[in-house]
Write a protein that binds this ligand. Structure first.
Ligand code: CU
Length: 201
């Protein structure tokens, strides 16, 4: 009986140990910029993982149009995510994008609607949609559609944290309004990973 208990305890501990190593951790990092005025609002994401498909998230993401701005300015979403475009201003706003990553076949115009209303759109194509409002030409925002649920947007100092990344070998990529994409190979262990990327004009 005693031995059976010991074996049960040991195998339990082993399962916990395995779970711990599979779990991975956070990818923490900083993006430095060259020739760009700000390190803020840069998307950092784990690129498509060979042999791994992620189901479309059931949770919707809201992009607000508030005080004549798209908020957030840059939203990163996993492929298949439904974005709800909300108008919180007392004026009518429009939402359209002329392309997704330059592909004009993926242009779309959601129309114009008043305060308090939302319009949903499911993003099923990878790439960056440049959001515009045809009522207010000064308004702009971005939806960056990526293949995995592992992404973040940099703060004003270029810092970012991508949470809950399983242990493994990945390719990190960046998207930014002004800079070229940067790519970095990263190994995530149970302790996570710490990286530095440079985005240049
Ligand atoms: Cu507008």
């Amino acid at each position: 009986m005693k031995n059976a208990c010991r074996i049960a305890l040991l195998s339990g501990a082993f399962v916990l140990f395995l779970a711990g190593t599979m779990q991975g951790g956070e990818i923490k990092g900083k993006v430095n910029v060259q020739g760009i005025k700000s390190a803020e609002n840069i998307a950092v994401y784990v690129d498509a993982i060979a042999g791994k498909d992620f189901p479309a998230p059931s949770q919707h993401v809201t992009i607000d149009q508030k005080q004549m701005k798209f908020a957030p300015h840059v939203a990163v979403v996993q492929k298949g995510t439904t974005v709800e475009f909300l108008n919180s201003d007392p004026v009518g706003h429009n939402v359209y994008w002329p392309s997704i990553s330059g592909n004009k076949k993926l242009a779309h115009n959601l129309g114009t609607w008043p305060k308090g209303e939302r319009k949903p759109f499911q993003f099923n194509d990878l790439g960056a949609a440049s959001l515009l409002c045809n009522v207010h030409p000064e308004m702009s925002g971005y939806v960056v559609v990526v293949a995995t649920p592992y992404f973040a947007v940099t703060d004003k100092d270029g810092n970012f944290v991508i949470k809950d990344v399983p242990a493994g070998h990945y390719t990190l990529k960046t998207w930014s309004e002004e800079g070229k994409p940067a790519t970095l190979a990263v190994d995530v262990t149970a302790a996570g990973a710490s990286v530095t990327l440079t985005v240049s004009k």
